[in-house]
Unconditional design. Structure first.
Length: 112
């Protein structure tokens, strides 16, 4: 599975779905060159590796090329889909709402 890799992060919130759980991460230190502001990692019940991720990825070229400060990226299976850039994805509540919406579309509504 292709997912972003982190050296460290802080759990901001937890969510439960039928058969899945999710954590919203902040204060992320990535292992690679891409920087992440937030990430929502989704796990199948009983598994320790994530099966789905929505991430706020820093747009390092926003100053030179324009666009929003962060990209909204979705990782699942062996793919990465970019949902475009916006300054909204730098805001924890706005990011969490959008990430939770994408996870709900995929896994059904949260149970708690």
């Amino acid at each position: 599975m292709y997912l972003p890799a982190f050296k460290s992060s802080e759990t901001a919130r937890r969510y439960s779905f039928k058969g899945h759980s999710a954590v919203l991460l902040r204060n992320i230190v990535a292992t690679g060159s891409v920087e992440y502001r937030y990430a929502m990692m989704v796990y199948r019940e009983g598994e320790s590796d994530a099966c789905y991720c929505v991430a706020s990825e820093v747009n390092g070229m926003a100053g030179q090329l324009g666009g929003g400060s962060h990209f909204l990226g979705v990782f699942e299976e062996d793919s990465h889909v970019n949902y475009g850039s916006s300054d909204q994805w730098a805001d924890e509540d706005k990011f969490a709402q959008r990430a939770l919406g994408l996870a709900t579309d995929k896994f059904g509504p949260p149970t708690s």
